[in-house]
Design a protein around this ligand. Structure first.
Ligand code: PMP
Length: 396
């Protein structure tokens, strides 16, 4: 018999979440996750995917993925360190290193496990990590897994970072100290102050780790936030994901050869979890080649995001401090946020509500992710719906 204690405990917890408006309903997408999606038979303008450059549905990526399946089959067959490393994995890693401007790259099955893997492979209980308070969950979990002392830094507050770095160094308690930050913050779309962070890191001899999940493909002619600021030689770990702008799945760290060699012998998902499939690796490599050849998709992404942001601001929505295509409409109250998203859905826009614990309590928002695949007509239609629902619910 299964445990009744477990089911009653969980039912109570789930009811609690539902009554506070914190229960996330999952809406399966019927078909491709493009600029227009279908959910429960209804066509919607999609403003919720991370498919920034439309590459998840790009014909060139589909073709190389199909070819890879024909040649290599559907699975890699083993973990990377036994015999799951295909020549395709190495080609991807070489391309990524050239794209990022580093000596070498190691790739993983996802961005999430990449952070868990890389942080915990390098840091341990004798170390400290200075971590921005708005860093992504996978950074937080990676830091916890490492057992290093986690020192939370106020969001993008350089005085706080300097002070805490100084205290950590002067305490003499730690072997190594790392400063870790998102390159682009995923819920607000603001960009980390990397030039100042790197200066502080050099002043106090700290390691630097940038999670560029939302900067790769978007900033720095596609190569990311570190390149955007010209800091390729001053950041130790350039982490990225292949699942957002690149359109596929996977994560990676770009850095010095010694770092990558160490991660290849020490990071547990690389050692103990099966390698990414041939189709995914081939498609990611094709995406990187496309980004290295041309900035056309990025230019279109930025045009669309500027257009949407301007439209929402003119309507009177609060889009916070976004400096990138990530465009939050900050509502505040969790239930009001969910109601707003529900009405947008009914009118034909899919813009997901994001509430606690993904963002702090009282900071609920509907997050818009314009992509290069949206047309002006789609964005105009979305803005008309935003105006209607915003007025109806007294938000604008
Ligand atoms: N870091 C950040 C900043 C992210 O936003 C995400 C995805 N939500 C990840 C890491 C994890 O990446 P992936 O989806 O490839 O696991």
């Amino acid at each position: 018999m299964t445990s009744t204690k477990l089911t009653s405990f969980l039912s109570e917890k789930l009811e609690g979440l539902k009554s506070q408006g914190l229960y996330n309903e999952i809406d399966p997408v019927e078909g491709a996750n493009g600029a227009i999606i279908t959910i429960k038979g209804k066509e919607l303008i999609n403003l919720s995917s991370n498919n920034y450059l439309g590459l998840a549905t790009d014909e060139r990526l589909k073709k190389v993925a199909i070819d890879a399946v024909k040649t290599y089959g559907v699975g890699a067959g083993a973990v990377r360190t036994i015999n799951g490393t295909l020549d395709l994995h190495l080609k991807l890693e070489e391309k990524l290193a050239a794209f990022k401007g580093t000596e070498a790259v190691i790739s993983y099955q996802s961005g999430f496990n990449c952070n868990m893997a890389a942080i915990s492979a390098v840091m341990d209980k004798n170390d400290a990590i200075l971590s921005d308070e708005l860093n992504h969950a996978s950074i937080i979990d990676g830091c916890r897994l490492s057992k290093a002392k986690i020192i939370r830094v106020n969001h993008s507050d350089m005085d706080d970072l300097r002070q805490k770095a100084k205290e950590a160094v002067e305490s003499g308690q730690y072997n190594k100290i790392m400063v870790i930050t998102d390159g682009v913050f995923s819920m607000d779309g603001d960009v980390a102050k990397l030039p100042e962070i790197v200066d502080i890191a050099e002043e106090f001899d700290l390691m630097t780790y940038v999670d560029d999940a939302h900067g790769s493909g978007v900033l720095g002619k596609g190569a990311g936030t570190v390149k955007h600021f010209g800091l390729q030689d001053r950041v130790d770990f350039q982490m990225g994901t292949l699942s957002k702008a690149i359109g596929v799945i996977g994560g990676y760290v770009a850095g010095k050869q010694e770092l990558i060699d160490w991660l290849k012998v020490q990071s547990r998902p690389f050692l103990f979890s099966t390698a990414v499939t041939p189709a995914d690796v081939a498609a990611s490599t094709e995406a990187i080649e496309i980004l290295m050849d041309s900035t056309e998709l990025q230019n279109r992404l930025w045009e669309n995001s500027d257009y949407l942001k301007k439209g929402l601001t003119q309507l009177g929505f609060d889009i916070g401090n976004s400096e990138t295509p990530i465009t939050p409409c900050i509502i505040g109250d969790e239930k009001a946020t969910q109601q707003f998203s529900k009405r947008l859905y009914e009118e034909g826009v899919y813009a997901k509500s994001i509430v606690f614990p993904t963002v702090p309590k009282g900071k609920g928002r509907v997050r818009n992710m314009p992509t290069s695949a949206h047309t002006k007509e789609m964005l105009d239609q979305a803005l008309t719906i935003y105006e209607k629902v915003g007025k109806e619910l007294g938000i604008i």
